[in-house]
Design a protein. Structure first.
Length: 249
């Protein structure tokens, strides 16, 4: 079954749309759920990334609902930032949205947005990552191709004439990782500069730097899912830029 990368790409389109819908749906809920709650129902939060901090008021998952001091780099005195909060005490939709945020984000109030007097479940950086992910998934749905390998599928997003020199010199893997690193670099530079110096970024900058990381992540995930040899009867059917031929070692 010959797939020249343009005529038959229904699967690539579906994968891109599905990835975009997953990320986009959660992103929409991040802004919708605060609107469904009473003004001020979500106080100023400050937790730890990749750990549960606001599941309960006390006991398991209540680390954020304590006094960690105002000078602590992680957490704060929750009692003077609007009082305690437990997402498990709200409805299933709100609990789901804030559970995901609690587990994945530090939820620092000064690096987050507020909607209807309620802090969003994730910070500005993560909102940017999701925005970039959705954009990257949409771009993949329009232009991404299965070219057997992950690196060749990833590079399919670029015009053939741009990547032709990479195929002639066989620097495709280097190019793929260079693009990914370039996408992640703005977030890394902005984040580590904040961590190591007195510099404090802004939420707009966090959204913008996060968006490039999200786009790069979406392309990598989509290329990884879509790259499969079973779509080809033989590797010789894979048509690559610069009339290159794929060889399996």
């Amino acid at each position: 079954m010959e797939r020249n990368g343009a005529a038959d790409r229904a699967r690539e389109g579906k994968i891109g749309v599905r990835l975009g819908l997953i990320a986009g749906s959660y992103l929409l809920l991040v802004f919708v759920t605060p609107l469904t709650m009473e003004n001020g129902a979500i106080p100023e939060l400050s937790g730890r990334a990749n750990l549960i901090d606001y599941a309960t008021v006390d006991g398991w998952g209540s680390w954020g609902n304590a006094d960690h001091g105002e000078d602590s780099p992680v957490g704060h005195n929750q009692f003077i930032h609007g009082g305690v909060f437990a997402w498990s005490e709200h409805g299933p939709l709100v609990a789901f949205v804030y559970l995901i945020g609690d587990l994945n984000c530090h939820q620092k109030y000064d690096r987050s947005y507020e909607v209807n007097g309620n802090q969003t479940a994730i910070c500005a950086r993560d909102i940017g990552i999701l925005l970039g992910f959705v954009a990257g998934a949409i771009i993949w749905s329009r232009f991404g191709l299965n070219r057997y390998s992950i690196r060749d599928s990833f590079l399919s997003l670029l015009p053939d004439k741009w990547v032709a020199p990479l195929y002639r010199s066989d620097r495709r893997l280097i190019a793929m990782w260079a693009i990914i690193i370039a996408g992640l670099a703005p977030t890394g530079i902005d984040g580590f500069t904040q961590l190591l110096t007195g510099y404090e970024s802004t939420n707009i900058v966090r959204v913008l730097t996060g968006s490039t990381a999200g786009a790069a992540l979406a392309w990598l995930i989509a290329a990884t899912i879509c790259a499969r040899g079973s779509d080809f009867d033989d590797v010789g059917e894979v048509l690559l830029p610069a009339e290159s031929k794929l060889k399996i070692r």
